[in-house]
Design a protein around this ligand. Structure first.
Ligand code: HEM
Length: 194
């Protein structure tokens, strides 16, 4: 499956774990719900797959996600997000989190309207998260339609002084109704390699 995705270009991101080297040092890999992921020391993000690297024994795992259209934001929310959010790659944002998430078959059997109702009307995902911008920069990658083991690869970058705020945000989301539809989640924390 992965080798046929090259026409997606920069919309695609490969998250490649390594025990040898990488752009980010892995601080911890914790299973939150369901199966975790094997231990590794480094992580790199690339838009292209390098078969030589992947076939090497140095790569404990590789995940791949694609940026897609939005599903749940209203026009008003979209404008608000665009006005406040920060981009990735800020020099002061030396901390990162990769949180792969899979949702239940019940979630995927709901209508779009029912999912929006749970996501925003009842769980306030966007409204509760906006106050954490621009400190936390985010990027959402989808895995479900390209045969990945997770439905989403959520990526965040923040400065060390915003680490406590990030914990508050994550625990708020995990206690929401939306998260009762999560059946696999792994929390990977990273530090930028100098
Ligand atoms: C930094 C603040 C955050 C903001 C502003 C934010 C905002 C959003 C928005 C607007 C969407 C919907 C995109 C769409 O319309 O398709 C979304 C989706 C999502 N977010 Fe967040 N989010 C934040 C933090 C987080 C965190 C910390 C996690 C994980 C712990 C997370 C997990 C997800 C997931 C899994 C989705 C996809 C949901 C689905 O399509 O079913 N978000 N987020």
């Amino acid at each position: 499956m992965k080798s046929n995705l090259s026409n997606l270009g920069d919309r695609l991101t490969y998250f490649t774990a390594s025990n040898h080297s990488g752009q980010w040092r892995i601080v911890s890999i914790k299973p939150v719900t369901g199966d975790g992921l094997d231990d590794a020391s480094y992580l790199s993000l690339n838009h292209h797959r390098d078969d030589d690297t992947v076939n090497s024994t140095e790569v404990p795992w590789q995940l791949c996600g694609v940026v897609s259209n939005t599903r749940y934001v209203t026009n008003e929310e979209k404008i608000e997000l665009e006005n406040i959010q920060a981009g990735l790659g800020r020099p002061q944002a030396t901390c990162a989190a990769l949180i792969p998430i899979r949702k239940t078959s019940t979630w995927w059997s709901l209508s779009q309207e029912e999912r929006r109702d749970i996501f925003e009307t009842k769980s306030h995902h966007t409204a509760n998260s906006i106050p954490f911008l621009p400190a936390i920069a985010r990027k959402l990658h989808h895995g479900r339609d390209i045969g990945e083991p997770f439905d989403f690869y959520t990526w965040f970058e923040y400065a060390p002084e915003d680490a406590a705020a990030f914990e508050t945000l994550v625990s708020k989301l995990r206690s929401s109704l939306e998260w009762t539809y999560v059946d696999r989640e792994v929390d990977i924390r990273l530090e930028r390699v100098e």
